[in-house]
Design a protein around this ligand. Structure first.
Ligand code: FES
Length: 122
């Protein structure tokens, strides 16, 4: 696993890329990074999202972090906001799942239903 310093660097680079596009309305991917999120593995998820977005040179996609999202037991949690669409909440994320979300949801526009919070609710 990467150190915190390395993650900071990745984040800074992502931020630079994002700044240029700040004025456009695009997709926002938010990772819950409260204590529970981090202990559940949110850092590698955040890193995978950033890497995948950069690798694919996705324009208008911003990856940010937030604190508590409110559902500790389902962390790591990733929320996707796309213009004119309902927010999608992905739970129990892993770096592999995160990459799949980028490809299927962000690139191709298909929500990965089996990872959403809806799939976990009775
Ligand atoms: S502290 Fe875990 S979701 Fe808020």
């Amino acid at each position: 696993m990467k150190t915190l310093e390395e993650l900071k660097k990745i984040r800074e680079e992502a931020r630079k890329t994002v700044d240029i596009r700040k004025n456009k309305k695009g997709t926002r991917i938010v990772v819950g990074m409260a204590t529970c999120g981090i202990s559940a593995g949110a850092r590698p998820v955040l890193k995978a999202l950033l890497e995948e977005v950069q690798k694919r040179n996705l324009e208008d996609v911003v990856v940010t972090q937030t604190g508590c999202i409110g559902v500790c037991r389902l962390e790591p949690i990733v929320e996707v906001y796309r213009p004119n669409e309902e927010k999608v909440t992905y739970v129990e994320m892993t770096p592999e799942k995160a990459k799949r979300v980028i490809v299927e949801h962000i690139v191709n526009g298909n929500v990965v239903n089996e990872y959403t919070i809806g799939a976990y609710e009775d």
